[in-house]
Design a protein around this ligand. Structure first.
Ligand SMILES: O=C(O)CCC(=O)C(=O)O
Ligand SMILES: [Fe+2]
Length: 986
């Protein structure tokens, strides 16, 4: 009997079409509101005062309407990324908020009340704020064709229009959404509001008479605010819960996951639970709540339907047949007049002319979690799993209209949005589709998908440990990624997939939580240096809580630490795992010794920066005694005297430890002196670099263009580090004069060799810091050791940074471009021939583009323009002397800049430091000293100090520098009058 009952139940389940039931359950969810709303408002004069018109009396009279129209401009609309004015699309006059004032102090709370009405109507359970956007005036015939509004900020979700009293006929707003239509009329004599979700298609019908006069507002919610949760207690909610439970409980599930199309449109940037509108919000919120008790995972997705076909393009002056790939979410812009290649790309808007569809494909362009964080991109979409059969059918051509967009901003995308429901035990299979591929190679996107899925699975495991359905897939994926040939699935990629830091960290944490020794060991070994240092704090907490034991994981931890190529990270990892103040058991001590032995080896082997210098000292207090420092660390450090940045940091931290009492003062100071003396003996200030503060990636340049490499970290120092060093020297050495004298001579000796690019970043700030140091320590900066430093660096600055005025040899020979293809060989022959000044290259667009690129990359002094006549067009290259003129202009700029920089020092300081050279230096930036002179180079008498022959050609400055290197050996062209007279100032 009982058995029979059971079988009956099962039969019931099997006969149930889960897809249909799920669809019905989701469709039955009702939103609390509608997609648009309208209503009357009480009478309250906002006291509108328009610039150059005055206060407007209500209701609006003809005369003032005309005056306002005189102040107004045509309202634009957005199309793609452009903002256009076209009165056939939008014929409205607008005033910007800075052209008028709303004088009534009660107006803001009046608008707030209107917002509350809208929130109620649209079903929004969160505070809504309104941002005044425009004042619009529609005269007879004015209208706005169907469009959607651009969401101008993260929280914007709707538009509010407040109609002001002004008699008119026509001008109703028609809104359409999901096949529903509403007409919203603004009041003729009183106040009223109309509002709609931004993605709802709406149009303003033509005004037949009078003036339609409104204020428009952007409505926003705080996107970070948690929205109130849906109610699980309704019958509909219980039904949905029931269906999902049945689905998950099925033994052989037909449908492994499901997509349910959302009602509203969201973009890549704003799709997340909190940004959902209307019914979408209700449905996804409910699903999220259900997922807390049932084993389902909820995602949001952007789906795309791609059509491949043919169309005819009717341009204004030609007719052509085009084949292209049309995507529902917009087109590649191709506005180049020179459009022999346009055939390949199609044109914006051409979708409406797609005549024959050859092929249609569907994909998920982006899958995000409910917080809007992207999980994967570009994965296959199984259309059968979409619950709505009609999902990809266009409901209403007008609603599906992509042409225009309201206000201004990016074009409304035309994707389909869906909520994705995946039973947890199918999650791994589902996500694995994001790297399923037809070709043998994996794309970059697919590789990224693999890494982010690993991170996701590990995170899921950490939060719901014991989630069996995730453990094996995660381990399996990791195994494939870690193995050198990556198994079959990841074949054909020789380099191993590197996981990003968060993924590695989560995987290792998950492995530890699972207590799976093999998995831990492998995860520890394969992080490629991308492991969060916070992981070691987390591990300490696990050890403290007893969830794992040191003995179990110490070997793996050692592997994890050895995975860091940076010395300092290894020490920080130790500190995070075993803080130095704790009393340590013997096994931990010996484990730390092993790590430190490795660090000592590293000191001698690799490039070391400041962080490594600090870390090496941090190895001692709390872990070792002073003897370890002098017997084991010191010999290694002394082997790295050519890494000034490392040594300066080492000394600085050493001094700090002495001051804090971590080391005995005698021992510590002796050691300090020993290392400091060696450093002063060895340091070559020419090698030092300032800290590059702005690390924005250089603009993408073609592969053949020279690239700038960051300076080696061993040589990167700050002005403060240098002055701190000097400051400590004067305190630590009993005979500080002699060491300072020595250091000063070393600086002076090499100052003339300092590269031009280094003055602003390092050496001028150094002089300022040094000046301050002298002042606070009552050291006269006129004392010889200091004065010499100031003088040497300032002189070098003028000679090297400003340099001589560029001259030119007037030859038409140009250097070659760095490519050896047939076209470039032809180009190079022309370039190097001094007798040729113009050359014509008739060729197709791609080849012209290539010549253009190589000429730009090689910075050849020439112009290159396309002559758009005949077929193919011709690229005309003409040699010029523009570079010389540019060099002169840049030299003047540098000179003016230097003048200002020198002004940062006081005249009295400069006279003391420069002594006899003061006048000569000032002359160098004094326009009168060169005006009227016909000399083609700066006369030798004006040079400050002879530069040794081998230093005359200055090392070139990186292309990133604001001020390029002056070009030596060029003739002076014009006198300069644009430089401030430094001598007279002050
Ligand atoms: O005038 C109206 O009521 C609406 C104007 C509009 O649609 C817009 O500014 O985007
Ligand atoms: Fe609009």
């Amino acid at each position: 009997m009982a058995v029979g009952q059971y079988e009956d139940d099962e039969d019931d389940d099997e006969s149930l079409d889960i897809g249909e039931e799920l669809l019905a359950a989701l469709d039955a969810i009702e939103s609390a509101g509608t997609f648009a709303s309208k209503g009357e408002l009480p009478y309250l004069d906002p006291q509108i005062k328009v610039k150059d018109v005055g206060t407007i009396t209500l209701p609006l009279q003809e005369a003032q309407a005309r005056q306002m129209i005189d102040q107004a401009h045509q309202a634009p609309y957005g199309k793609g990324s452009e903002t256009l004015v076209d009165t056939a699309v939008r014929n409205t006059l607008e005033l910007n908020p800075d052209q008028f004032e709303l004088g009534n102090p009660e107006w803001d709370s009046y608008v707030e009340k209107a917002c509350a009405f809208v929130a109620r109507d649209l079903g929004i359970d969160a505070p809504v704020s309104a941002e005044l956007y425009k004042m619009l005036i529609y005269e007879k015939g004015a209208m706005f064709k169907p469009h959607t509004d651009t969401e101008k900020s993260a929280g914007m979700f709707a538009t509010l229009v407040i109609g002001l009293p002004s008699p008119h006929e026509g001008g109703d707003v028609v809104v359409k959404h999901q096949g529903d239509k509403m007409t919203l009329e603004t009041q003729k004599h009183g106040f009223s509001y109309v509002s709609w979700y931004s993605d709802v298609v709406h149009e303003v019908l033509p005004v037949r008479s009078g003036y339609r006069w409104v204020l428009t507002y952007n409505l926003c919610i705080d996107p970070s605010q948690q929205r109130p949760t849906a109610c699980l207690q309704t019958e509909g909610a219980r039904y949905l819960h029931e269906i999902l439970k049945t689905w998950i409980g099925q033994k052989d599930r037909d449908m492994s996951h499901a997509y349910y199309r959302l009602d509203h449109e969201y973009t890549q940037a704003n799709i997340s639970l909190n940004a959902l509108k209307g019914r979408d919000m209700a449905a996804v919120h409910l699903l999220k709540d259900i997922s807390k008790t049932l084993n389902v995972e909820i995602f949001l997705a952007l789906l795309a339907k791609s059509e491949f076909g043919s169309c005819e393009y009717y341009g204004d002056y030609r007719r052509k047949r085009y084949y292209y790939r049309a995507r529902d979410y917009g087109f590649r812009d191709f506005d180049d007049e020179d459009d022999e290649d346009a055939d390949y790309y199609g044109r914006r808007g051409a979708r409406h002319e797609l005549q024959e569809v050859f092929e249609t494909s569907y994909e998920i362009t982006s899958l995000v979690d409910l917080d809007g964080c992207r999980l994967v991109k570009d994965m296959e979409l199984e259309k059968d799993n979409v619950l709505q059969e009609e999902c990809f059918k266009e409901v209403d051509p007008e609603e599906d209209y992509t042409g225009y967009q309201g206000n201004s901003g990016p074009e409304a995308t035309h994707w389909y949005r869906a909520v994705v429901i995946v039973p947890r035990d199918s999650i791994a299979d589902f996500l694995a589709k994001s790297w399923a591929r037809e070709s043998i190679y994996m794309s970059i996107d697919q590789r990224e998908n693999v890494t982010s899925v690993i991170g996701y699975l590990a995170k899921t495991l950490l939060h719901t440990s014991g989630n069996q359905s995730v453990i094996e897939p995660l381990k399996d994926l990791c195994r494939k990624v870690w193995s050198p040939d990556q198994g079959e699935e990841f074949g054909s990629f020789r380099e191993r997939l590197a996981l990003p830091e968060p993924a590695n960290t989560k995987v290792l944490q998950a492995a530890i939580t699972l207590k799976d020794q093999d998995f831990i060991k492998n995860a520890a070994e394969h992080h490629d240096g991308n492991l969060s240092l916070e992981f070691f704090k987390w591990t300490r907490d696990q050890l403290d809580a007893g969830t794992t034991s040191f003995d179990d994981i110490k070997d793996s931890l050692l592997r994890a630490i050895r995975g860091f190529p940076e010395l300092w990270k290894r020490q920080v990892a130790i500190k995070n795992l075993v803080p130095p103040t704790e009393s340590m058991p013997e096994d931990v001590k010996s484990w730390i010794n092993t790590v430190h032995d490795g660090i000592l080896e590293m000191i001698l082997q690799q490039e070391l920066g400041a962080e490594d210098g600090y870390a090496v000292v941090d190895m001692i207090p709390g872990y070792h005694d002073f003897a370890y420092l002098s017997n084991r660390v010191l010999p290694a450090v002394e082997g790295r005297l050519a890494a000034p940045s490392f040594l300066l940091a080492f000394l600085s931290r050493l001094h700090q430890c002495i001051t804090e009492g971590s080391f005995s003062s005698d021992n510590g100071t002796n050691l300090y002196r020993q290392v400091a003396r060696s450093l002063v003996d060895k340091i070559d200030i020419y090698t030092l670099h300032g800290e590059v503060r702005d690390e924005r990636p250089a603009k993408l340049s073609p592969y053949w263009a020279p690239r700038t490499t960051p300076p080696p970290k061993s040589f990167v120092v700050t002005d403060k580090t240098l002055v701190d060093f000097i400051s400590t020297l004067t305190r630590v050495f009993p005979d500080s004069d002699s060491i300072m004298g020595f250091l000063s001579r070393r600086i002076c000796f090499r100052a003339p060799a300092i590269e031009a690019s280094k003055f602003h970043l390092l050496w001028l700030p150094f002089l300022h810091s040094l000046g301050k140091f002298c002042e606070t320590n009552s050291i006269p900066s006129s004392s010889p050791d200091y004065r010499q430093i100031f003088a040497a660096i300032l002189k070098a600055y003028f000679n090297t940074y400003v340099g001589e005025e560029p001259t030119t040899d007037a030859s038409f020979a140009r250097s070659s471009v760095g490519c050896y293809c047939g076209d470039c060989t032809w180009l190079n022959e022309f370039l190097k021939d001094p007798s040729q000044t113009v050359c014509r290259f008739p060729m197709g667009k791609q080849r012209r583009q290539h010549l253009h690129n190589t000429l730009e990359a090689a910075q050849i002094d020439c112009t290159h323009e396309t002559e758009r006549v005949g077929s193919p067009h011709t690229l005309v290259v003409t040699k010029t002397f523009r570079d010389h003129d540019k060099a002169v202009a840049e030299w003047k700029k540098r000179k003016a800049e230097a003048t200002i920089k020198v002004h940062d020092f006081s005249k009295s300081e400069l006279t003391v430091w420069l002594g006899e050279d003061y006048d000569r230096l000032m002359k160098m930036v004094d326009p009168r000293s060169s005006s009227g002179r016909s000399a083609r180079t700066v006369p030798p008498s004006q040079r400050l100090a002879p530069i040794k022959p081998n230093q005359q050609t200055r090392p070139s400055i990186s292309r990133n520098e604001a001020c390029p290197n002056p070009v030596a050996g060029r003739k002076r062209k014009a006198t300069d009058t644009d430089v401030v007279d430094l001598a007279e100032d002050d």
